[in-house]
Write a protein that binds this ligand. Structure first.
Ligand SMILES: [Fe+2]
Ligand SMILES: [Fe+2]
Length: 356
């Protein structure tokens, strides 16, 4: 079957779209390897792709550590969010592209299930109510002390690096989990919407969390343009983003989507407090810390809603989803720990080199 771009209409449409578009968005990111090169050429220059060779490339990558794999998946997911100025929006539902994405997702999901297997097994088999087990998991999970380091020791450059890494998700904060809303019913849907309403500013554009983070970036002298720093993200940070999209975009993974959402909400308040301290210690203006200040308060309430009224209520209604709810939470914790550990390791190596 010929993909739609063979019709020859694609560039006409793209030219019109560029002329109508008031906001300048991002370009498709520069490839980081053979898989990305192939998809970039496919999306932006009509270069024909042999799906069998593309699938062979997918299979040859380690999904959790290979930036080529993760950036390619991120690029394909991004077609469902803001898209790219140099890519026609119709690619979003192109069957061949979706087929390629599915082969990336198969490999990625298998790796995530393996990564989280022991945590899922221990949490699912523990005694007690699911809400209690989820709180136990998020409070006892051993993660690298990134926020403590930021609070006490990080340099200005390290703080800025962290903000650049976080910007790729936070400038569209909440969007991946919002995909779960139409997949839920009753109480869990209502509770998820209640949290997301806050994430989107509770009716006030200036309180939209993504906008508040844009204000943080600007106050720190960084670009607030969505996707501005995607080129410097390591595979681990891209995987954090991609796991949310994987869960949000598949109805069969709705349990994982809300489990991930609950883990995000339950692990935010304390680190946010420390980021406020770090930004203040480093002399950034108060507006830079406002985003994190907001999360100290908001996420203390959100975590209760997310764990009890979304996750536990969903498991009550659909007991078969419990394991995936725990899986989603465990993936959030493991991937955040991988990304934080890498960043912290690179910083402590630099510190050692400077003091040697
Ligand atoms: Fe938020
Ligand atoms: Fe929140």
């Amino acid at each position: 079957m010929q993909p739609p771009h063979r019709s020859g209409e694609r560039f006409v449409d793209l030219t019109r779209r560029r002329a109508l578009r008031k906001v300048v968005g991002m370009q498709a990111p520069s490839p980081r390897g053979p898989l990305g090169t192939l998809v970039h050429g496919w999306l932006t220059r009509d270069v024909a792709v042999d799906l069998a060779s593309a699938r062979a490339l997918v299979a040859s990558h380690d999904p959790l550590t290979d930036p080529d794999f993760q950036l390619t998946l991120w690029t394909l997911y991004e077609l469902h969010y803001a898209g790219f100025d140099d890519v026609d929006d119709r690619w979003e539902w192109d069957p061949s592209l979706l087929e390629l994405r599915a082969s990336l997702e198969d490999v990625f999901e298998r790796a995530l299930r393996e990564l989280a297997a022991e945590t899922v097994r221990a949490t699912v088999s523990a005694d007690g109510a699911l809400a209690d087990r989820l709180f136990e998991l998020t409070t006892t999970f051993e993660a690298p002390p990134l926020s403590r380091y930021v609070q006490r020791r990080a340099t200005r450059e390290q703080m800025l690096e962290l903000l650049r890494h976080r910007s790729v998700y936070t400038l569209k904060e909440a969007d991946p989990h919002t995909f779960a809303i139409p997949r839920l019913t009753g109480g869990p849907k209502v509770a998820l919407v209640e949290v997301q309403y806050d994430e989107y500013g509770a009716g006030r554009a200036e309180r939209h969390h993504a906008r508040m983070f844009a204000d943080t970036l600007s106050a720190c002298g960084l670009s607030a343009q969505y996707g501005a720093y995607v080129d410097e993200l390591p595979a681990s940070s891209l995987a954090v983003n991609n796991a949310m999209s994987l869960f949000g975009l598949h109805r069969r993974l709705r349990g994982a989507a809300v489990g991930h959402f609950a883990a995000v909400e339950s692990t935010s308040a304390m680190p946010s407090r420390r980021y406020v301290d770090g930004l203040t210690r480093l002399g950034f203006p108060p507006v830079a810390a406002a985003y994190y200040d907001e999360h100290v308060v908001a996420d203390s309430a959100h975590e209760q809603l997310a764990v009890r009224d979304v996750c536990a209520a969903l498991a009550d209604a659909e007991p078969a989803l419990e394991t995936d709810i725990v899986f989603g939470a465990a993936v959030c914790l493991h991937l955040d720990a991988l990304a934080a550990g890498e960043l912290l390791d690179s910083w402590t190596e630099t510190d050692k080199a400077l003091t040697a």
